[in-house]
Design a protein around this ligand. Sequence first.
Ligand SMILES: *Cc1c(COP(=O)(O)O)cnc(C)c1O
Length: 359
Amino acid sequence: MSSIYNFSAGPAALPPEVIAQAQQEFGNWHNSGLSVLEIGHRSAAFVALAEQIQSDLRELLNIPKNYQILLLPDGATYQFSWVPMNLLRGNKQADYVNTGVWSQKALVEAKRYCEVNIVASNAETGRTTIPAQARWALNKNAAYVHYTANETIDGLEFSWLPNVGTVPLVSDMSSTLLSMPLDIKHFGLIYAGGQKNLGANGLTLVIVREDLLGNALPLTPTLGNYQVQAENHSLYNTPPTYAWYLLSLMLRWVQTQGGVVVMAERNKRKAEKLYRFIDNSDLYSNNVDPCCRSRMNVIFRLRKPELEKKFLLAAEQRGLLGLHGHRLVGGLRASLYNAMPEAGVDALLEFMEDFEKNM
Ligand SMILES: *Cc1c(COP(=O)(O)O)cnc(C)c1O
């Protein structure tokens, strides 16, 4: 097999350069004679790595000084609870935009802690578009407004920033952070799990405006308390050190590629190519409103669904892996995160064309 391309939604492909570096220094990190996995998280070497992550992230995303960067344990799903626990700040209500499986999961969890107002939803109309903000029923007493910037499973992405006035805007950016430039000061809080664009699972990045900290519900677990984590530089307990290390390599890799501006151009080209092909084909289809199609997760179906298994098998034989849709929605999905090179999309298009011809 010549080259393998991994289109999995997460854990997702890593850049070959990152894999090579991790492999090369696995047993001897920075000439310490030890693996990074064997180094104490309070050692000078590891603390330096932690500081490097902070400054690289600040530079790449242009994060203002009044925002804290937290590296929290476990998946983005934990934030579905930790966000309300930390951000309700004495309020009893929060606004949620329901645009797909992930936002739905987030709001169901939030209901344990507060009254959830569903501002807008596409659940009743088949999740093919994102409701325009003019039709949102925002609640001015909400503690925050939560939305999912990219719906990894449903293949929908916001191409615009919601405008919610002075109410803090909270975004699940698990599958889109670092894929393009972002106006951080527009947000109260952003979170993103590791295994899409940030390297490895086991770690969730939180970027939060400082004035929102310090009012967590008393029942909040210590590890989920943003204020405690900020005061302890996210080193309250032993963090997933290898995931931190991989994040540091990913950040360096994005920098060497030219930063998030270059990532955005590349990601746009990759997605446009694939959607254009799907739209012009008689076999493949995508029914997401063109205004709201995800650049990161391109979902598609075959007009002859009985051929899907055959498609996946044939793709695998060509080294094109991870193209199945999420188990909840089925169909097919090509995830095109930063680490997916344009050559990977070209290989996929060539295969899709051949498959259609030879059916
Ligand atoms: C993957 C993902 C999650 C959940 O991540 P876990 O690590 O499985 O908890 C949440 N939100 C979005 C948008 C995702 O893509």
